[in-house]
Design a protein around this ligand. Structure first.
Ligand code: ADP
Ligand code: MG
Length: 631
């Protein structure tokens, strides 16, 4: 047996970094600006604690394109590096100076906002550059040095008197296959994507500013203009500030800055701010959602120390909150080297449940502060709340405080209020509370009307996930039963004190049932006889709650494939009101032809009121009705 050590030489690692470490070449700029930011923040920290005796001033980072010479410059005014430090931090691949710094200044620097982590960021420069130069001068009193490397393991390092001011200049000699990174528009796009909220000002070019006219200026005086630095980022975005220091307008402005293409303002915001047991800040916004479950654009963005990482926040943010917008920033979210994939981890679960709790608390306080305003917004936020209620138990447990149930007349109830309202007169024969609801006021109008005529409350539950919500409420609340207004005849749903007297005897009823069954000859319908008030229509179509709900759930993905592709069959009840005048007339009609046409017409009317009369049946019905009119 032979044992040995595999020799991983830099020659082998370089092409690996170049090809595989980062899937996205464009992130080189994010990495270099992160290093420039770290260098600046380190200097800030060292001057703060008195270790660097230099003037910190107002440092900025500059990005400069030299298209002619195919160079891209990233210049900072941070700590810089001595020759020795270049040897240590740059020449040793995968040695992170950022981690070393944090280790060394453990106690004082943990909030300094240092970004670096893996000690690999710098080398991402070779994804786009055929040669990289570093010209750097340390804040310590030492000569500046120049380091050059062409992507092979050979480098050169020498003293230079070219640089007299403190800081580092990185010069990328852009490779032939990457010249897009010499385009102003491309670099601007990247800066705005990754660096828009980084903590050190980033200069990219200049812009013309118009100076205000002096007060005594002549009427035709032209205002003077001057060239000023064009700072591309906002170093202090709202989420980095204390909530107490911000007004509603500040949040609104931040939203507009975050989503310049969104013209509709959000409904409200939630400021996230924890530092124990993990560090997380952020601002979430509720956009107007109505019943839209598929928001793909303008998603929540994840940052780490103000560096944009990704907008794929699945796993960090619970699913139901993915409908929101905004920013979360946490250095404690474990990401892999290329920072775009989440490593599944216990901390992430904690973060997710913290966010859920915060949203619940915010809802409870909003409704307490201004119920009317909250009610007005309900239609646009309910999808998030209802989704949260069915998917997160912790959220559901608190939802009695903030989930609203509107009735068809636009009154809003909390669960307890609604229960109170209906408990005296909306129970079934087993004593369960019957909660009548409509999903569409127009389609179910006649049923809603019938229920209201009897003095019952009808909720309007119209979001696409309502079948799931109802299921959840029924299983957790106990002694309640939801029934859509057209699920059965109202008299069967809710217990009545006085039974209705039958107009027909049993034999007559049997005959009527047979007549109707033969007359409609449609297996979708199950004929049921009911003694209802004589003024009621002869036929009423209902769709049993269970079947309809299953179908609805399938449609929204809840029953997902449970019943195969074909789904549930169409099934309806045809309730025949044996006490109606027309039912009596049908029974007494001698001519079987006449009888059949009465049944057909009555069925069509019933279908019409359920929106079920379509196609040829509808055409025939209209033809028939015209003929009838002409008689
Ligand atoms: P990380 O940032 O994860 O530490 P990098 O590969 O990005 O790793 O950088 C390696 C080290 O090189 C940094 O930690 C830092 O010490 C040094 N360095 C890189 N860029 C600069 C810079 N602009 N100014 C000063 N030091 C720098
Ligand atoms: Mg770095």
């Amino acid at each position: 047996m032979t044992k040995g050590k595999i020799n991983v030489s830099v020659e082998n690692i370089f092409p690996l970094i170049k090809k595989f470490l980062y899937s996205d070449h464009e992130i080189f700029l994010r990495e270099l600006i992160s290093n420039a930011t770290d260098a600046t923040l380190k200097l800030k920290h060292l001057t703060n604690i008195g270790e660097a005796k230099v003037d910190y001033g107002n440092p900025m980072i500059e990005v400069k394109i030299d298209k002619e010479n195919r160079k891209l410059h990233i210049i900072d005014q941070g700590v810089g590096m001595t020759a020795e430090e270049v040897e240590k931090y740059i020449n040793q691949v995968a040695f992170s100076g950022a981690e070393e710094f944090l280790e060394k200044y453990k106690d004082s620097a943990k909030d300094a906002g240092i970004i670096g982590h893996f000690g690999l960021g710098f080398y991402s420069a070779f994804m786009v550059a055929e040669k990289v130069e570093i010209i750097t001068k340390s804040y310590k009193d030492e000569a500046a040095v120049r380091w050059i490397c062409d992507g092979s393991p050979e480098f050169s390092l020498e003293e230079t008197n070219e640089k007299t001011d403190r800081g580092t200049e990185i010069i990328l000699h852009i490779a032939e296959d990457s010249i897009e990174f010499l385009e102003e528009s491309k670099i601007r796009e990247l800066l705005l994507k990754y660096n828009k909220f980084m903590p050190v000002p980033i200069k990219f070019g200049t812009k013309t500013e118009t100076l205000p006219l002096p007060e005594d200026a002549a009427e035709d005086a032209k205002p003077e203009t001057k060239e000023v630095d064009n700072i591309i980022n906002n170093p202090t975005p709202a989420w980095t500030k204390a909530p107490a220091d911000l007004k509603d307008d500040d949040y609104l402005n931040f939203y507009r800055e975050l989503y310049p293409m969104q013209f509709e303002d959000p409904l409200f915001h939630i400021h996230l701010n924890v530092d124990y047991p993990f560090n997380l800040t952020g601002v979430l916004f509720f956009p107007k959602l109505a019943n839209n479950l598929n928001i793909e654009k303008d998603k929540i963005q994840l940052y780490q120390n103000q560096v944009y990482v990704t907008d794929e926040v699945k796993g960090i943010v619970p699913d139901f909150l993915m409908l929101l917008r905004g920013v979360i920033d946490s250095p404690d979210i474990p990401l892999n080297v290329s920072r775009s994939y989440l490593q599944a981890d216990g901390a992430v679960k904690k973060i997710s449940s913290y966010i859920t709790k915060k949203v619940g608390d915010k809802m409870a306080s909003l409704i307490n502060e201004n119920r009317e305003d909250y009610e007005q917004k309900w239609n646009d936020i309910k999808i998030v709340i209802e989704y949260g209620m069915i998917s997160e138990d912790k959220f559901y447990e608190k939802s009695d405080k903030f989930a609203l149930y509107p009735n068809v007349d636009g009154k809003y109830f909390l669960w307890n209020e609604f229960e109170e309202k209906i408990k005296a007169n909306q129970t079934d024969k087993d004593g369960n509370l019957v909660i009548l609801y409509a999903t569409n006021e127009h389609d179910q109008h006649s049923y809603v009307q019938a229920a209201k005529d009897k003095g019952y409350e009808v909720l309007l539950l119209d979001s696409p996930i309502v079948p799931h919500l109802i299921q959840k409420l029924e299983t957790s609340k106990g002694k309640i039963q939801f029934a859509r207004v057209d699920a059965d005849h109202i008299n069967n749903l809710i217990k009545k004190d006085e039974p209705v007297i039958s107009k027909l005897n049993d034999t007559e009823k049997e005959t009527l049932k047979k007549n109707v069954e033969e007359g409609i000859s449609d297996t979708k319908f199950t004929v049921q006889l009911e003694d209802l008030e004589s003024t009621d229509a002869p036929f009423i179509i209902t769709q049993p709650e269970f079947i309809r709900r299953m179908k609805d759930m399938q449609a929204t993905g809840g029953g997902g494939g449970m019943f195969g592709m074909g789904g549930f069959p169409e099934m309806y009840n045809l309730v025949v009101n044996t006490n109606s005048e027309l039912a009596g007339k049908i029974l007494k009609t001698e001519s079987s032809e006449e009888k059949a046409s009465q049944i057909k017409h009555a069925l069509d009317l019933a279908k019409l009121s359920q929106n079920l009369l379509k196609g040829k049946d509808l055409t025939d019905f209209i033809q028939r009705s015209y003929k009838e009119l002409a008689k």
